[in-house]
Design a protein around this ligand. Structure first.
Ligand SMILES: Cc1ncc(COP(=O)(O)O)c(C=O)c1O
Length: 433
């Protein structure tokens, strides 16, 4: 090319959760049956969408307006409905429907939120990090994502001193990102903790972003807690969606709640630029949005959420039990979402460990792949070659800790038990190889 046409952030765009799929397909082609434990898609893992929700969608299909464009920011009646839900939270920030902005899934919202930030303005996010956020933030800035530590020895809770120091000594930080419930750790933060983070944002005139896509999937005594309830007067964006809740990941339907927009002129201008960017896109996804008041406003919805919370709570117990006698790893019981992270204790992994793989084509493929990779990725590749189970290495989540993330989504009880057992046995075999 006459000019270099590659964006300076292009190298930062990596998504291990999907990238591992390309490798797994090759292993599958060589004859290994694959068990997908990498993607957080409940439907792909066998969850059946509730019949009454299907009925709502059937009914919408028969309405002509479902097929039309809608306002770029979203269907007005749905934005009204969601704003009224925000306003009903006790003691929370009050908003109007103009403060609700729809996107083509939160993946799209994440790309816009970071993409339209001024290049020098950085967002401090957690490590381990959910790659959609960390990659988008890094790509926007052209530098590595700036992170604060989640502490595996303290239930994966954020290290608030680390946040305070990073904010204090790096004045390019303009905002703080919080994921609660968190992906990949499943940790849910207490109100005291998030209020401490909000106080740092307030003191240093930062804004806050929360990703609340799992906010209605909490268990193990964790509260369902929304940003609008604890943020006070700090300008902030809460990200919500239906991908995990209905669940309907293929709907590509997520939204931002803009809180305290007018508390800061610069923040308001930035939010307006997001809306202007949305207008260029003509419309957002009409039918899934039209379903929101009908489904979330249905009396059966709360029972649906409660049933799923119970389900994932039981599976979190199973996961903990599966690894309880495994001294080489650290596990923390999730309080929300549907992921489980297994961390290897420091020094447990090396670059000589293997798992037996009978199929020679697969074995040589794996041996070729594990040259110069992170120790946990080496484990993940051997696991895939030997058992067909595909998990995501923890270092793929911008983490300095070795480990892997699996899901709690397998809906076949016998298969889920096999996954836990096989993982546990594979760890022992690998470490002792
Ligand atoms: C924390 C988090 N945010 C956002 C997303 C993407 O959501 P959506 O399907 O709305 O793009 C995911 C998907 O796994 C996620 O885990």
């Amino acid at each position: 090319m006459r000019r270099n046409i590659v964006h300076m952030g292009a190298g930062s765009l990596s998504y291990e959760i999907r990238e591992i799929v390309a490798v797994a397909r090759q292993i599958s082609a060589a004859g290994q049956e694959i068990t997908w434990e990498n993607i957080g898609d409940p439907v792909q893992k066998g969850e059946k969408v509730e019949p009454w929700m299907r009925e709502v969608i059937h009914d919408l299909v028969d309405r002509n307006e479902s097929w039309a464009y809608c306002d770029s920011a979203g269907v007005p009646a749905t934005r009204e409905f969601l704003a009224s839900h925000v306003n009903a939270r006790p003691g929370g920030v009050q908003i109007t429907s103009d403060d609700i902005m729809f996107f083509n899934g939160l993946g799209d919202a994440v790309a816009k939120v970071y993409g339209f930030l001024r290049r020098e303005a950085r967002i401090l996010g957690p490590s381990p990090a959910y790659s959609t956020h960390s990659s988008a933030e890094a790509a926007h800035s052209g530098y590595n994502h700036v992170t604060y530590n989640l502490d595996p020895y303290n239930g994966w809770m954020p290290d608030v001193d680390d946040i305070r120091n990073k904010v204090k000594y790096n004045d390019s930080i303009a905002g703080i990102l919080v994921l609660s419930p968190d992906n990949p750790t499943g940790a849910v933060y207490s109100r005291e903790l998030v209020e401490e983070i909000a106080a740092i944002a307030r003191e240093h005139k930062l804004f806050m972003i929360t990703d609340e896509i799992y906010v209605h999937i909490v268990y193990n005594g964790s509260p369902r807690m929304h940003l609008s309830e604890w943020i006070g007067d700090v300008p902030a964006l809460a990200m919500r969606g239906i991908s995990k809740e209905y669940p309907w990941p293929g709907s590509r339907c997520g939204w931002l709640e803009v809180l305290n927009k007018n508390k800061d002129e610069n923040f308001a201008t930035y939010v307006n630029s997001l809306l202007a960017a949305k207008r260029l896109e003509v419309s957002s996804t009409t039918l899934p949005q039209m379903s929101i008041p009908r489904i979330m406003g249905d009396p059966r919805y709360q029972a649906h959420l409660a049933r799923r919370e119970e389900l994932f709570s039981t599976r979190a117990d199973e996961a903990m039990k599966a690894f309880e006698s495994c001294d080489e790893v650290i596990t923390n019981k999730p309080g929300g979402a549907f992921y489980f992270t297994v961390m290897f204790k420091p020094g447990v992994l090396n670059d000589r460990q293997t798992l037996p793989i009978e199929n020679t084509a697969i074995r040589s493929k794996i041996e070729g792949l594990v040259k110069n990779v992170a120790p946990d990725k080496r484990f993940v590749y051997y696991l895939m070659g030997a058992t067909g189970i595909v998990v995501v290495p923890l270092t793929g989540f911008q983490s300095t800790h070795d480990g892997f993330r699996m899901t709690l989504l397998e809906s076949d009880d016998a298969k889920r038990a096999w996954i836990f057992k096989t993982l546990r046995e594979s760890i022992a075999a690998y470490i002792n190889s």
